[in-house]
Design a binder for this molecule. Structure first.
Ligand code: PLP
Length: 396
């Protein structure tokens, strides 16, 4: 391995910027750096690029351009959906969400509880799946919003959005979904899904960090929360991140094409990786339902090992993976997602998330399959429970 070689298995944390995306965005730093709101041509041409980007992301979502509000990231989009639901319906102070959401929702929900709102945290079963009947029962007269992620960032488990949307519609409650992990992996048609609000983040689909969006269904209530200029049709002030928007637009086109071209290959590669690991190392369990699951994600627990140690050893070999969501890396607390699935701290502590992208190669998977078994074997030998755990290596 050369010093620079990186074997990247952490695409749910962030993705590399696609060359086509980089090419599209660079002129907006070097030549076309005008303000899109300016009246002269040097600015208005930039405004045209923003309009085109909006059309491209609207095409990804099958929505109208007026339903797209660009934000700075997925976290902002999620926070905005919560804020908006509460501010626009002052009599409603209750939110229904799940115990396995990204920390963007968990932390904000906890903050809202401290401010006097009530939050129902829906549980999941041992496979990470939701009880939709329970969701139905949890909706009250004063429920302002139901927020359920489309796919879980740690396990890849996919939730039944259409079913949940139908329940919310029948009860007259707004429905938001955090779909940050899904572009280019699952179809994203907001009409078919039936959602009122949907969050995305560009850095998960091969565009840069610092740009996200919130889809807001036409007719759904809206309260501005970042106030200033009239950008985003008065819904979010602040001079536009033009290069980010252009990149997001280009990446959306690639993500749409990727559903057909890339997803089948990524799924086959992920399954080969998962089966290779499970057949060459003993006492490995998959966390979360096998299907429906994001085609790129695998979350595995290695009995008798700590994920932090596994990740450190993998890093020495140039392999990037993660023990859960990147935002909680560094903390030794067990994953809140696995805890909600009923895993004991011992089970959670040995879990590693491997997430692929269209850039992941067979060679990278082969390399991982070669490096991982001896790492687990050595860690188990060094652990106090060494006698109980063994690994048997087979050729990957
Ligand atoms: N929601 C999910 C499911 C995520 O995985 C992430 C990022 O990991 C976010 C929200 C936050 O997105 P951002 O990093 O753009 O704030």
């Amino acid at each position: 391995m050369s010093d620079e070689t990186v074997y990247y298995f952490d695409n749910n944390a962030t993705t590399r910027v696609a060359p086509e995306v980089l090419e599209a965005l660079l002129p907006f730093y070097t030549q076309q750096w005008g303000n899109p709101s300016s009246a002269y041509k040097f600015g208005s041409h930039v405004g045209d690029a923003v309009a085109e980007a909006r059309e491209q992301v609207a095409a990804l979502l099958n929505c109208d351009v007026k339903e797209v509000v660009f934000t700075s990231c997925g976290t902002e989009s999620n926070n905005a959906a919560f804020n908006n639901a509460l501010l626009s319906q002052p009599g409603r102070r209750h939110i229904v969400t799940t115990a396995v959401e990204h920390s963007a929702n968990i932390k904000f929900g906890q903050t809202l509880e401290k401010r006097g709102c009530e939050v129902t945290w829906l549980p999941v079963d041992s496979l990470g799946e939701l009880d939709v009947h329970l969701l139905h029962e949890s909706i009250r007269e004063d429920t302002a919003l139901v927020s359920v992620m489309y796919a879980n960032n740690e396990t890849g488990v996919v939730f039944p959005l259409e079913e949940i949307a139908a329940i919310c519609r029948s009860k007259g409650v707004l429905f938001h979904t955090d779909a940050v992990q899904t572009p280019g992996k699952l179809p994203l048609d907001v009409c078919a899904l039936g959602v009122d609000f949907l969050s995305l983040s560009a850095h998960k689909l091969h565009a840069p960090k610092g740009i996200g969006l919130l889809y807001c269904r036409k007719g759904a209530p809206w309260q501005p929360y970042v106030m200033g200029g009239g950008q985003e049709m008065g819904r979010r002030g602040g001079t536009e991140n033009v290069a980010g928007m252009v990149a997001f637009g280009r990446a959306s086109k690639l993500a749409m094409a990727g559903l057909e071209n890339d997803v089948p290959r990524i799924r086959v590669l992920r399954d080969r990786m998962e089966e290779g690991i499970m057949s060459s190392i003993s006492e490995v369990t998959r966390n979360g339902a096998r299907e429906p699951r994001l085609p790129n994600t695998s979350n595995l627990s290695f009995a008798g090992c700590e994920a932090e140690a596994i990740l450190l050893m993998l890093d020495r070999d140039g392999i990037c993976a993660s023990s859960g969501s990147a935002c909680t890396t560094g903390s030794l607390a067990p994953s809140h997602v696995l805890t909600a699935m009923g895993h004991t701290p011992e089970q959670s502590i040995g879990s590693v998330r491997l997430s692929l992208s269209k850039y992941t190669t067979d060679t990278e998977v082969d390399y991982l399959l070669k490096k991982l078994p001896p790492i687990i074997r050595n860690l188990r030998k060094a652990s106090p429970k060494a006698a109980e755990s063994t690994t048997q290596e087979v050729s990957p």
